[in-house]
Write a protein that binds this ligand. Structure first.
Ligand SMILES: *Cc1c(COP(=O)(O)O)cnc(C)c1O
Length: 403
């Protein structure tokens, strides 16, 4: 079947919740993807920050195949070794104390919200606690996660949400402070906002919120779903500042292609929040998903993934800064490591479409921002290749605009 025929078929059977790019992807190898016609694409999106190890990593694939042949699923009524190993590893790397595995990022956010509410409930027995989240944040599409997502257009048709959510501005401590009440149980934000346009938290803000939280026994929840798992050069972006959250959520690159998520908490929350019967999942933490997590950590270490992010991320930043300086359409570059955004003074969609034509996969983060989330194993040569194509696209669009 032709690509066009597949796309027509897809549009007749799938619910149209995405305006997809007109490409049917077929296979991947390293930092390249191939469509069903065999056209090759350099991937600077990695399935929205998922495929950190690149595609078709043989050791990763072999580990998954071996676990399939052994045991796929047990339910959480029993223990399984991969889940124990994965939790130990997460605990060691994050310094958090307790782990709950989920199937997705949104579910991890749901769990974090429940843990925070229960923590507050155990303190005062009340059920009217508030959470402070941020404008322009993104935490997922389920009702709880949506309720703390600071983009009104995502929420509007689905109101009412879970309620008692107040939105402040990232990096504006005063805006958090003036929303704190005696009902506030948690402050939640992404350490680097992803969908909202690649906005890293400032150290001052993070420190300020942490201090406020400690002073008033409010929980700090950090969403590391997109910016975590090495993307900014540390396993988790907050580790750069040495400021630990009370609860942290992870997903995306945690499984590198297998759908997993997790929420983690310190012992204070672990001992005084969700207890037996309070929360659960059928699939979450199953041996297959957890075998993936274990292998991901093993391969990160073996392949020096964090070192690569720090080296290539610095190079990428330099190249993007140069591009921004020499192209008036670009307002600024933002980001850290291999999580970068380029803000244009106009819609980014034409550049993204032109790049796709030329075999480069890019995504946006808001209408005017190109978001770069390459596999974490990318090298300098691929950065050069990406910059070359993007520059061509910018020039090409300039010509088109003139005519
Ligand atoms: C993707 C994302 C989510 C939601 O994760 P899903 O696995 O799509 O449910 C939540 N928070 C952030 C920061 C994300 O980038």
């Amino acid at each position: 079947m032709s690509m066009k025929a597949y796309i027509d078929e897809a549009e007749s059977v799938l619910l149209h919740t995405y305006n997809r790019y007109p490409v049917v992807l077929d296979k991947g190898d390293g930092v390249y993807l191939y469509d069903i016609d065999g056209k090759r694409y350099l991937d600077f999106a990695s399935g929205i920050g998922v495929f950190a190890l690149g595609y078709h990593n043989q050791e990763y694939n072999d580990a998954l195949k071996a676990q399939i042949d052994k045991l796929l699923h047990t339910s959480n009524y029993y223990y399984n070794v991969p889940a124990i190993e994965a939790a130990k590893k997460l605990k060691e790397i994050s310094g958090m104390d307790r782990v709950f595995f989920t199937n997705s990022g949104a579910e991890a956010v749901e769990g974090a919200i429940k843990a925070a509410r229960k923590y507050a409930y155990l303190k005062d027995g009340k059920t009217d606690h508030e959470i402070i989240a941020m404008n322009h944040s993104f935490h997922g599409r389920t009702m709880g996660a949506l309720s703390v997502t600071g983009t009104p257009k995502y929420r509007e048709a689905f109101e009412p949400g879970i309620g008692n959510i107040r939105f402040a501005d990232l990096n504006d401590l005063e805006s958090v402070l003036c929303r704190i009440t005696d009902k506030t149980c948690a402050v939640l934000f992404e350490t680097v906002q992803g969908e909202g346009g690649i906005h890293p938290v400032s150290e001052e803000f993070l420190r300020g919120v942490k201090a406020l939280c400690e002073e008033r026994d409010i929980l700090l929840i950090l969403d590391e779903i997109q910016c975590g798992m090495g993307r900014t050069g540390e396993y988790f972006a907050w580790q750069r500042y040495g400021i630990k959250p009370d609860i942290m959520v992870s997903a995306k690159a945690l499984g590198c292609g297998v759908p997993v998520g997790a929420f983690l908490m310190n012992e204070k929350v672990g001992a005084h929040s969700l207890a037996a019967g309070d929360h659960g999942t059928t699939y979450g933490g199953n041996p297959f998903a957890c075998a993936a997590i274990c292998k991901v950590f093993e391969l990160y270490e073996k392949n020096g993934v964090l070192e690569n992010v720090n080296r290539v991320g610095t190079y990428l930043e330099r190249c993007l800064d140069r591009l921004a300086k020499t192209h008036e359409e670009i307002i600024e570059r933002r980001g850290k490591g291999l999580m970068q955004g380029l803000e244009f003074d106009r819609p980014a969609a034409p550049y993204i479409s032109a790049a796709l034509e030329k075999g480069l996969i890019l995504i946006n983060a808001g209408p005017n921002i190109i978001r770069l989330l390459p596999p974490l194993v990318i090298g300098e040569a691929e950065v050069d290749q990406m910059i070359g194509i993007l520059e061509e696209c910018i020039k090409q669009e300039r010509q088109t605009a003139k005519h």
